[in-house]
Design a protein around this ligand. Structure first.
Ligand SMILES: Nc1ncnc2c1ncn2[C@@H]1O[C@H](COP(=O)(O)OP(=O)(O)OP(=O)(O)O)[C@@H](O)[C@H]1O
Ligand SMILES: [Mg+2]
Length: 607
């Protein structure tokens, strides 16, 4: 396998790990301060107790030894010691239980917070991020990070602190016995730390590499289980092919993980042997010290506990720090998403516009290339749309019609030239104001698996969806017929995902989306292929209503159906991102150009 991708200098990696941990802790601190403190206390406290316990035990043993050899026994003392031992046991146990409970609550709550922050951030990002495969890889990585990585990091951090407490106390005790022993123990542990760090680097690197594969895996998952794709998959017998792809990906994951586990296993065994040797060595040393009458018999037990704790604590500390380091690598991706800057910026003092009246729209020498691509989709595109004008775009597939709408909705910024709204550059106009002006039915409109009423209401979430307003939008979209099939009327759940949901036909979904655009009641109505799936009768009905509806509105209609566009005041014929003809239907037919050719072709089809 190749060298890990993350080849930043070690110190820098540690600095990043500290920064990431700090950032994580700050977020937790601001949301769940008390729980966090409680979690710290209940995790760190059990680090101290074994020593107290072992020391009490040593005192008990020494008393017994004294009794055996001299027949004197301080009974009260012994009872006191036994009671103290009971108390420490209890405290230890209570701390464990409390820690379990607290961490359960804390880590039920915090992942929700992270997931919410993440979703909020992701949904605020510009569309072009979602068309960028690198960013999609990042999102894929983050998919499983927010759920459990923060917990892993914080748990490692707290256990690291607990280990540090244990190690410090044990170190003080060991220095009393023999400082060189401590050195020996440290020597055994350092190599393990280095090996572990490398191993987690591998794990992270592989995870990083796997993200494109994971993306493919989840994509295949969708294709194999979404109602929308399953039909073709079945009919064309694609399932076995896709399953083969799934299997290949899984096999790759399995092999990578096995490789890491194998590496870890070999090193682990070696370390266990070494550490057993050291442990026994210290025990032997303590026994010899007893024989030399330098320490008491009770001390043997105490020092054994101390060494165990020192070794375990130091090993644990390194393991936890390593865990922190590893988790922070994963969490960096989450913070990377948090820090992703918006591409389409809003001015500090944006220009406000009113949405009562349609504004004048002007495309001035606009050129456009989709981010991350090279092909110029629009070139020197100029066009003015007067307030209240009814225009239409026609043109072949890929001519750039939908792209114009996306630019108008400022989902992308133009590459060259400018779009002016009442003479102001769209880039300077307050986005919320501009969006309030737009009612758009996109070519790839959404289908919400919510009720019919909600599907309409989402056209303008700020407006109350009364029975009248919803009904009128539905009527305008020639969709009233739907209601007679719906058991629950406006409250009918749509889509088959949820209980009692019904699946509208494709054309019915389109009517619902159209009704949503009508419900918005915005001064600019944009319909991109609004009737592609709608029957001729409904189409006629809809356009009769659109005419009434849009009396004071600007309307922009895109369609391949000439029946839909012929009533527009100006029809623009697009080819390769340029307007090649314009005029009303009669003028264009008379011109005998591209429009006339296409129109007669379509008309011929109906003869
Ligand atoms: N998100 C995108 N990223 C990159 N290129 C795109 C994107 N969307 C569209 N394109 C490209 O832009 C060109 C114009 O697409 P557009 O969707 O505007 O065509 P259209 O005129 O609406 O066609 P249709 O009649 O098929 O709807 C096409 O060549 C297409 O490949
Ligand atoms: Mg289109």
């Amino acid at each position: 396998m190749k060298k890990p991708i993350d080849d930043r200098p070690v110190l820098m990696k540690f600095r990043r790990a500290i920064q990431t941990s700090w950032r994580l802790v700050t977020i937790i601190w601001s949301h769940e301060r008390l729980l966090f403190i409680a979690s710290c206390v209940t995790t760190i406290l059990p680090g101290v107790i074994p020593f107290i316990n072992a020391y009490i035990y040593k005192l008990i043993i020494d008393q017994i030894v004294t009794f055996v050899s001299t027949d004197t026994l301080h009974q009260d003392n012994l009872y006191l010691l036994l009671s103290a031992r009971l108390v420490t046991y209890f405290v230890q146990d209570a701390a464990f239980r409390a820690q379990d409970y607290i961490s359960h609550i804390l880590w039920t709550k915090m992942p929700m917070v992270f997931q919410q922050q993440l979703l909020r951030k992701i949904s605020s990002l510009d569309i072009q991020y979602f068309e960028d495969s690198d960013f999609k890889n990042l999102l894929e990585k983050v998919r499983d990070v927010a759920g459990y990585r923060p917990q892993r990091l914080v748990t490692d951090l707290l256990y690291g602190a607990e280990s540090l407490v244990r190690v410090s106390i044990a170190a003080i005790a060991l220095v009393y016995l023999n400082p060189y022993l401590m050195l020996l123990v440290v020597l055994v542990i350092i190599p393990e730390f280095i090996v572990q760090t490398r191993q987690s680097q591998w794990a992270w690197t592989i995870w990083d590499w796997q993200s494109p594969l994971k993306k493919r895996f989840w994509y295949l998952n969708d294709v194999l289980q979404e109602a929308r794709s399953i039909k073709e998959v079945k009919l064309y017998k694609l399932a076995p092919k896709f399953m083969e792809d799934v299997h290949a990906i899984q096999l790759k994951f399995y092999k990578d993980d096995r490789m890491i586990a194998r590496k870890g296993f070999k090193i682990d065994i070696l370390f266990r042997v070494l550490s057993a040797v050291v442990y026994l060595g210290v025990e032997l040393y303590a026994i010899m010290q007893v024989l030399a009458r330098k320490i008491t018999i009770g001390d043997i037990g105490f020092y054994t506990t101390v060494v165990g704790n020192f070794q375990g604590g130091l090993g644990g500390f390194f393991r936890n720090m390593n865990g922190v380091f590893e988790s922070s690598l994963y969490l960096e991706s989450m913070f990377q998403v948090f820090d992703t800057p918006p591409i389409i910026q809003e001015n500090d003092v944006p220009i406000r516009i009113k949405h009562e009246q349609p504004p004048r729209i002007e495309f001035r020498k606009v050129s456009f290339v989709y981010p991350g691509t090279r092909k110029k989709i629009l070139r020197d595109f100029s066009l003015t749309i007067e307030p209240g004008e009814k225009i239409a775009f026609v043109g072949e597939n890929g001519a750039g019609k939908s792209t114009i709408i996306k630019l108008l909705a400022r989902l992308y910024d133009v590459t060259d030239g400018e779009i002016l709204i009442n003479g102001e550059n769209l880039k300077n106009v307050k986005r919320a104001d501009w969006y309030a002006c737009l009612g758009v039915l996109f070519q790839d409109f959404n289908r919400y698996d919510y009720t019919l009423k909600e599907n309409i209401w989402y056209g303008d979430i700020d407006r109350k969806p009364t029975k009248e307003t919803v009904a009128s939008a539905i009527t305008d979209a020639a969709a009233s017929g739907l209601l007679k099939d719906f058991k629950h009327g406006y409250e009918q759940m749509l889509g088959r995902t949820f209980e009692e949901g019904v699946e509208p036909s494709v054309g019915q979904w389109q009517k619902i989306a159209l009704a949503r655009a009508f419900f918005r009641n915005a001064p600019i109505l944009i319909l991109d292929e609004p009737t592609a799936s709608i029957d001729a009768k409904s189409e006629a009905e809809i356009f009769e209503r659109v005419e009434n509806l849009s009396r004071n509105k600007t309307t922009i209609i895109i369609s391949h159906r000439f029946s839909t566009v012929r009533k527009a005041e100006t029809i623009y014929v697009l080819e390769n991102g340029r307007i090649i003809e314009s005029g009303n239907h009669q003028e264009l037919v008379k011109k005998n150009g591209q429009y006339a050719t296409l129109f007669s072709l379509q008309a011929k089809g109906y003869q």
